[in-house]
Design a binder for this molecule. Structure first.
Ligand code: AP5
Ligand code: MG
Length: 215
């Protein structure tokens, strides 16, 4: 099964994708994570993307679609893909259809996480992740069980994203409204969009998504 998690910055796409990976053995394909890895490794793509991401703008469609193509090529055919943060423009939605056809896959669901924009800033500025294993946390909503220690791997090193400040978040939201939200009708026309209340507690959001995937 291949699905898209769609929603503005901080909607919970990454949080829910991680849980689906754990529960269902699917694979998370996050273009944001891929780009951050490229920036860290200082690859040509990373060097091009770094400043764009720091401004909260979108990286070019060609770059991100090439990243997705490479991941799909490397994946086993039987493993379902969770597209997290991709597609983000109409051109990317068209590319994804081409890539799915090329790799013998089809799209089952587009799950839209509906959220209140004001709450998103708080979610994003409070977010941090384990520097070792990447597990995600939040200053108020998802703290580590033991202060300063990752629940998953025990590391005491954590990091915050350079684009997780209020000013950049506002730009990221404007980009979402202008370029990403308008792709919903593309999928609505196929009857595969379901909406979930992304303001609910993390576990309740997961349960709602599971319901859709089972249906
Ligand atoms: P990307 O990494 O995709 O960032 P984003 O879309 O802005 O989304 P986030 O990762 O910030 O939010 P999320 O929805 O994953 O929320 P999370 O689960 O972490 O993209 C970054 C940049 O890369 C872009 O700005 C762009 O420059 C570039 N880029 C990436 N893909 C691209 C593409 N396809 N095309 C062009 N450019 C691209 O949750 C947030 C916090 O809230 C966490 O701390 C979490 O614990 C907490 N939380 C989650 N759910 C809940 C809940 N239900 N209740 C309370 N707290 C919650
Ligand atoms: Mg994310």
């Amino acid at each position: 099964m291949n699905i898209i998690l769609l929603g503005p910055p901080g909607a919970g796409k990454g949080t829910q994708a991680n849980l689906l990976v754990e529960h269902r053995g699917m694979r998370q394909l996050s273009t944001g994570d891929m780009l951050r890895a490229a920036v860290k490794a200082e690859t040509p793509v990373g060097l091009q993307a770094k400043a764009v991401m720091e401004r909260g703008e979108l990286v070019s469609d060609e770059i991100v679609s090439a990243l997705i193509d490479a991941e799909l090529s490397a994946m086993g055919k039987g493993t379902g893909a969770i597209f997290d943060g991709y597609p983000r423009t109409e051109a990317q939605a068209v590319s994804l259809d081409e890539l799915l056809a090329k790799h013998g896959r089809s799209l089952k669901h587009v799950v839209e996480l509906g959220v209140d924009e004001d709450a998103l800033v708080e979610r994003i500025v409070g977010r941090f992740t384990c520097a070792n294993c990447g597990e995600g946390y939040h200053d108020s909503f998802k703290q580590t069980k033991v202060a300063g220690t990752c629940d998953k791997c025990g590391s005491s090193e954590f990091k915050r994203r350079p684009d997780d400040n209020e000013e950049t978040v506002r730009t990221r939201m404007a980009e979402y409204r202008a370029k990403t939200a308008p792709i919903l009708p593309y999928y609505e026309a196929r009857g595969i969009v379901s909406r979930v209340d992304g303001m609910a507690a993390i576990d309740d959001v997961t349960a709602a998504i599971e319901n859709i995937l089972r249906g």
